[in-house]
Design a protein around this ligand. Sequence first.
Ligand code: G3I
Length: 490
Amino acid sequence: MRPAPVQAATGDSLGVAATKAGLYFGVAASPGRLSGIVGREFSQLTPENDMKPDTIAGHGGTVQNTGSADTLVDYAQSNNMIVRGHTMVWYSQAGSLSGANQPTLNTYIKNVLLKWGNKIAYWDVVNEALDDNNTGERRNQWPHTLDKDANNDGDYFDSSDTDYIRDSFKQARQVVDSNGLRTKLCINDYDIEGLTVKGGSKNKKSDAMYEIVKKYSQEPYKYIDCVGFQAHFNDNPNSIITDDLEDNIRRFAELGVEVHLSELDIDDDLSNNDIGAGQAANYRKVVRACLNVAKCTGITVWGISDSESWRSSERGLLFTGSNGNYTKKAAYTAVLEELKKGRGTVDPTPTPTDSPTPTPTDSPTPTPTDTPTSTPTGSPTQPPESDCRVSYSDNTWNTGFTAAVTVENAGDDTIDGWSLTWTWPGDQKVTSAWNATVTQSGNRVTARNASYNSLLAPGATASFGFQASYSGSNDAPQEFALNGVTCTRG
Ligand code: G3I
């Protein structure tokens, strides 16, 4: 049964704080865990088990038994959350896909992408391809058994080689592009978080992942959009939180891919961990590392509450309690505080122009959208419901448009630091902006004040504009929210 929708994330919540900082903050869940807290606290949802092939893959690459996954997707849609699909090609929980050849994998990849289309913002196409124990090798079981190193040079990157990672992403890319989907394609693994492992030696597993992402995110392939660092931190020498986490996130980000901390949980007793801090401090450190890199665009905690976690004995999550009765831990407060501080100094640093004059032409060349962000000055104060008004007008040509947006503080309190969010109904993509810093993740857009228009006294307005590309139709956004509160249209 589809659960009743709960109120979308508002006010003080992890999801709202993250949106203001320009990233998503999500949670892994199953249908049995969809209490109101999920919609209130989080802006993204990953099915913890319900989209894995052992649940939904049928004979010959067909897709079946999607009821639980549909429940989660519907819930996310009703609660304005994006979905990270997890996962397609994986040695574990492969169900009837286990041992499949590449054509069958390709059939499955196509079916599963088309089943949910743009309702899924990110898909883990390949999961956990790399071996344990920091060997830097691939796992030796299926689907690696599909690989062939034709020239015996120790990699699977040559055109004569067969590489299931390349071929799975190639198929996913082809399906996304030929069906006009916006779904982004991710590779996901654990123990790839640090540049080094405990003791300071190189993290060979991370280096191996880096080579894969470098190869298949660049020309001529351009298959991979995003990499998930699972971020299951514990006492294992390869799974600790190292001081070079941020540098490693940045190394991947500089390839042009988005980085996600896709399955975060942190053992609350990292007594052997070389940083030796408490759990809340560790959460703070990890969240800060992501915030400091503009292309680190999302964090997902792997469950709501300690007792309901896959590693309950390590108490690695942000809440205690069960069955919807949850209590926030110190780690929760630390994460919220850190998210509220925003990105800080990130790279690349955006330079919004003060008064640009965009000149749309018939065939504008969209510049790639990065995710630059800046910290709004002051701490945003929340206006009460509907105490903001937004006007939006666009000037559209065949593949692009400019838009002018005016935000009015219709409440009684001064707002110091604002962030306006909306969701595109189509495939619009912001390419440049002025008088605000505008970032886009999937079809969700966040416009943050420039340093000179952060203050909005009651009745005051701020205006900004942007240029964007689109295909199909260019319908205006249905709804805008200022600092997480829905605005009336003026
Ligand atoms: O639902 C059945 C229940 O009916 C049965 O009584 C019980 C008996 O064991 O099993 C239940 O299913 C379990 C399922 O979780 C739901 O709780 C499975 O046995 C158990 O194997 C499964 O574990 C999942 C694990 O992946 C399987 O590999 C965890 O929930 C899930 O958190 C975990 O997630 C993985 C990511 O997909 C990939 N990265 C690592 C991460 C943690 O292992």
